[in-house]
Design a protein around this ligand. Structure first.
Ligand SMILES: Cc1cc2nc3c(=O)[nH]c(=O)nc-3n(C[C@H](O)[C@H](O)[C@H](O)COP(=O)(O)OP(=O)(O)OC[C@H]3O[C@@H](n4cnc5c(N)ncnc54)[C@H](O)[C@@H]3O)c2cc1C
Ligand code: FES
Length: 282
């Protein structure tokens, strides 16, 4: 007689917090590992742009992007404290346990972009979901043509992943342009919205054979899309991630639905053509 093993998709696996890094005000990066090594290996097959459901015991569960690239050895989340569950996560100390289920969602199909130019445009904590693809592109540099990063934050203190940004600025064949809305005495770079970087002398955005990744607050998103459209980019060339309230993360509860699409399964990555078809306001 065959034995039927029922898998509970809602059951998170316990992980151990290894270390915590302060990024910017109210934002921290949490490096963690599964208690079970096999779970760790299975999980590390995630794709850039996927997310996981994070459980903080006694507080609740929430969705979080996976900012590491699958080409990196460590796994981590970068989390902004906005409410009760993210505050409980911020209170965790190395050695504490929490739980994770996933990876979920479609992710960015990076292999489909081999041979193309990649342009990454991020505002504020919009760099969290794009970090994975950018590091992936850097680790697979020969597979892509031109790679450009345009990143803006409100002030120099709001720029995330600063060590990585310095590395990107120095990497051969990899352009990294930064800007802030308001400078301080330390800032020698560009001042202005992220779209102002497209006009900088020496900056050329290739329109043909290019995919543009855009993530950031809605107002930045709208202005950047307008700039890109005026340069000739088509809707299907521009990809982003949609954020929706999620509960199950696996296409069962319907919390994340936009029209016929389940953002947790069909997304969170969509191109602009798909986003418009869903009737999403941009
Ligand atoms: C696919 C996906 C990936 C995400 N990745 C990250 C990430 O990498 N890092 C990160 O810090 N956050 C991320 N978020 C947002 C994160 O899930 C919410 O901030 C979290 O659920 C808030 O939980 P809370 O209990 O602390 O706050 P709550 O008390 O639930 O909410 C506090 C405030 O945050 C707002 N809020 C809560 N959830 C969302 C949401 N899903 N979208 C927009 N606003 C919300 C509420 O309206 C409220 O104003 C992601 C969300 C999704 C859907
Ligand atoms: S979160 Fe339940 S269906 Fe998407």
């Amino acid at each position: 007689m065959s034995e039927t093993v029922l898998q509970n998709v809602y059951l998170p696996k316990t992980v151990i917090l290894d270390r915590v890094v302060d990024e910017i005000d109210e934002v921290k990066t949490f490096f963690w590992r599964f208690e079970d090594k096999q779970e760790q290996e299975a999980f590390r097959k995630f794709m850039p742009g996927q997310f996981a459901q994070v459980t903080i015991f006694g507080a609740g569960e929430f969705p979080a992007s996976l900012p590491p690239s699958p080409t990196e050895s460590e796994v981590f989340f970068t989390i902004r404290k906005v409410g009760s569950v993210t505050a409980a996560m911020h209170a965790l100390k190395p050695g504490d346990r929490f739980a994770v289920r996933g990876p979920y969602g479609n992710g960015f199909p990076m292999e489909d972009f081999y041979g193309q130019n990649l342009i990454f445009v991020a505002g504020g904590i919009g760099l969290i979901p794009l970090r994975s693809c950018i590091v992936y592109a850097l680790h697979n540099r020969e597979r892509f043509q031109k790679v450009q990063v345009f990143y803006g934050a409100r002030t120099p203190k709001d720029l995330m992943y600063v060590d990585l940004l310095k590395e990107w600025e120095k990497s051969a064949g990899f352009e990294c342009h930064l800007t802030v809305d308001r400078k301080d005495s330390t800032w020698k770079g560009n001042v202005g919205v992220v779209g102002s970087l497209f006009q900088k002398s020496g900056v050329e955005l290739p329109v043909e054979n290019t995919t543009v990744f855009v993530c950031g607050p809605p107002v930045m998103f709208r202005f950047v899309l307008k700039d890109l459209k005026s340069m000739g980019f088509q809707d299907r060339q521009m990809v982003s991630t949609l954020e929706r309230y999620m509960k199950c993360g696996v296409g069962k509860c319907g919390h994340c639905c936009i029209g016929v699409a389940y953002v947790c399964v069909d997304g969170p990555v969509f191109n602009l053509e798909q986003i418009k078809k869903l009737g999403e306001e941009i």
